[in-house]
Design a protein around this ligand. Structure first.
Ligand SMILES: [Zn+2]
Length: 244
């Protein structure tokens, strides 16, 4: 075989291979419409739960108005948590930490494989670190945090080509930013908020933010699934909610 022909065949093979790879990456990040519906519902639920235990003051109560829910691969809720920094006297008790700690203590399991975490706000470095280290499968987050966010992505960042660079963290959490309208509204309010001498917890007690969470709370009860397979999951989630 002449060299020209060999090169032609080789480049053809590379082309096919890279298109298969591109397809695989695309499929990895694709979720079914049924799952998308559940993601919307559980995001509403984490907001509804936060609203149910709404804190009107930014400090010295339970904690900030942030909530999280942990759901297994069958759509069953296995844990939940609210930011409890003040009531527990420990400023590391973010909603995600409270949720997974309670799960680990109750189940005595060692990891979060096959589980999805829904949180009303994007995780900080501490929570993203714990969730990644404990092999969470998916993380669906609400409001983006422009300062402390992108923590999962930072762990996944590959800088090995740079001098003193490093490989990404060995475990990777599948990430999804919720696009429900209430989250978009929160992000708009976040942009418009007067941040002078204010922290995130101050933003999360403001009246316009409370109104958005109230809307999510109302929607949670009337959410009507299109996909019949989600009906029972949603009914069970509402039963779980009533017992909170
Ligand atoms: Zn955190």
């Amino acid at each position: 075989m002449n060299t020209k022909l060999k090169l032609l065949i080789l480049s053809f093979l590379i082309l096919i291979n890279s298109s298969i790879l591109a397809q695989e990456i695309k499929e990895e990040n694709q979720i079914s419409p049924e799952q998308e519906e559940l993601d919307q519902f559980f995001m509403l639920m984490s907001m509804a739960m936060t609203y149910k235990f709404w804190q009107k003051e930014a400090i010295n109560k339970r904690g900030a108005n942030i909530g999280a829910i942990l759901v297994d691969e069958n759509g069953k809720i296995v844990s939940h948590g609210l930011d409890s920094e003040f009531v527990l006297g420990n400023r590391t008790k973010h909603a995600e930490m409270v949720t997974i700690e309670s799960y680990f203590i109750r189940t005595q399991k060692n990891n979060l494989e096959k589980l999805t975490l829904y949180s009303t706000i994007e995780s900080c470095a501490m929570c993203a670190g714990a969730l990644t280290f404990k092999k969470l499968e998916r993380d669906v987050y609400g409001q983006k945090d422009s300062i402390f966010g992108n923590a999962f992505q930072r762990l996944q960042y590959n800088s090995s080509e740079d001098e003193n660079g490093f490989q990404p963290y060995p475990d990777k959490v599948e990430l999804m930013h919720s696009e429900i309208s209430e989250i978009k509204e929160l992000e708009k309010l976040h942009e418009e908020f007067d941040w002078e001498n204010k922290a995130l917890r101050d933003f999360l007690v403001s009246k316009p933010v409370e109104a958005v969470f109230e809307k999510a709370y109302e929607k949670f009860f009337i959410f009507n699934p299109i996909y019949p397979e989600n009906k029972e999951i949603i009914e069970n989630a509402r039963k779980y909610f009533q017992q909170l």
